[in-house]
Ligand binder design. Structure first.
Ligand SMILES: *Cc1c(COP(=O)(O)O)cnc(C)c1O
Length: 413
């Protein structure tokens, strides 16, 4: 049995039953899952978690499902890598990568949210799942939905990376490419969701879906030996992941799994789409929507649904935000690959490049511990690196030709 009490409005606190709804009828605030933390505290322990399979369902008491999970049994529990080579270069003592580029079937952190959303969609009895996506969600819903036997309607901006379109199409969903940016796609999907009884994972299933992001935070705590880091840097699109990483830390504290919590939460965005970072840097609570223009397409949400809440978490924890140019994103992707052997997508470049700025400006202290969230795999956004990598050494199939090149390589060093 689950430990959900119901849904609750984040603004006015009004309570609702567990249904595929997402907005308060009275104040239009977003709904959130409410749990019975007293019963969870009794049911959960470090030992119990450690004895379970290494996937995201090991934290199931704090996830919004009632029955046995059916989706995402191969998602989650990604590596937490200590990054000493990179730490030396950027000038910090203790640096970790939460590496969501691997393990997940579709190679991004979206497999976390989709695992919860589709399990919940099954519980609600839906036969069709849908989403509005900046790319990785399309890929993930297409894949997990195929295996779980759902009909799938996937809405994307038509300008998405070609590789992400192919990666979704191979699972044969109904892929709808919309002439417009993500915010146009999302607006259209709200209309479609009102008309058709489908499980839109990030619309009417959003309160449940978003809870899946907490598993990234739970894993960080467990993998640090049941300790919270001094700092965590999170890339923001809608801002949901950032709020849920913080929620996961707080929940572990509330149910007695974590003893101390003093983490500062930092937001990372691309300058070409930085409504959340801009508000934080300007010290205002007003998130001003923008028209995205960045190579970090997975983060290109100009009117972020959770932007306000993300900025409040950053403020409340004493964190800050940074934003970075396309060139800085590319340089950071290459730096991460060169130093730690991790190939991140553009969102990972945003996170690392922002972290470097936060260290340079003293917002992240050199002697503190920092976890940076690398949320997607670079194989998915290879086109961003076109013309930015070295060329191969081209030779004839002869030893002489190879040794000519070898001489040049050795001279170059
Ligand atoms: C979706 C996404 C995020 C963050 O999304 P939020 O909407 O802020 O929760 C971060 N990184 C990648 C690679 C993503 O696809």
């Amino acid at each position: 049995m689950g430990h959900i009490k119901g849904l609750k409005c984040r603004e006015c606190g009004r309570e609702y039953p567990v249904e595929p709804i997402y907005v308060c009828e009275f104040c239009f605030g977003p709904l959130e899952v409410a749990y019975d933390y007293k019963s969870i505290a009794k049911a959960i322990s470090r030992k119990k978690i450690e004895g379970r399979d290494k996937n995201l369902w090991r934290y199931r008491e704090l996830l919004p499902v009632d029955g046995e999970p059916q989706v995402g049994l191969n998602s989650g529990y990604t590596p937490l890598l200590r990054a000493d080579n990179l730490a030396k270069i950027i000038g910090v003592d203790e640096l970790y990568l939460k590496d969501d580029t691997v393990v997940h079937p579709t190679l991004s952190f979206k497999d976390r949210v989709v695992s919860i959303a589709l399990t919940k969609a099954k519980e609600f009895g839906f036969d069709t799942v849908a989403c509005a996506s900046t790319g990785n969600l399309a890929h993930s819903v297409s894949a997990h939905g195929a295996r779980a036997g759902f009909k799938r309607f996937i809405f994307i901006p038509a300008t998405l990376e070609a590789s992400k379109i192919v990666a979704s199409l191979v699972y044969e969903p109904n892929l709808i490419a919309v002439d417009g940016n993500y915010d146009d796609v999302n607006r259209l999907c709200s209309e479609v969701a009102n008309k058709y009884r489908w499980a839109f994972v990030n619309i009417n299933i959003r309160p449940f879906y978003a809870e899946g992001s907490k598993t990234l935070g739970f894993e960080i705590i467990e993998q640090l030996g049941w300790k919270a880091p001094d700092n965590v840097v999170v890339p923001c699109a809608s801002g949901s992941l950032l709020t849920k990483v913080w929620k996961s830390f707080k929940e572990f504290k509330d149910v007695g799994i974590l003893k101390e919590l003093g983490t500062r939460v930092f937001a990372a965005q691309a300058t070409g789409c930085s409504p959340i970072a801009a508000a934080i840097k300007q010290g205002t609570d007003v998130i001003r929507p923008v028209k995205p223009n960045t190579i970090a397409k997975s983060l290109a949400i100009g009117n972020p649904a959770d932007g306000f809440y993300a900025s409040q978490v950053v403020k409340e924890t004493g964190g800050f935000a940074e934003d970075v140019s396309d060139q800085e994103i590319i340089d950071a992707i290459k730096l991460l690959a060169r130093t730690e052997g991790v190939f991140a997508e553009t969102a990972g470049g945003v996170t690392l490049a922002s972290t470097i700025k936060l260290v340079q400006t003293g917002k992240i202290k050199r002697e503190s511990s920092t976890v940076i969230c690398i949320t997607g795999n670079g194989l998915k956004t290879q086109e961003a690196l076109q013309g930015h990598t070295p060329q191969p050494h081209h030779i004839k199939p002869s030893l002489a030709s190879f040794e000519e090149v070898l001489k040049k390589i050795n001279q170059g060093q």
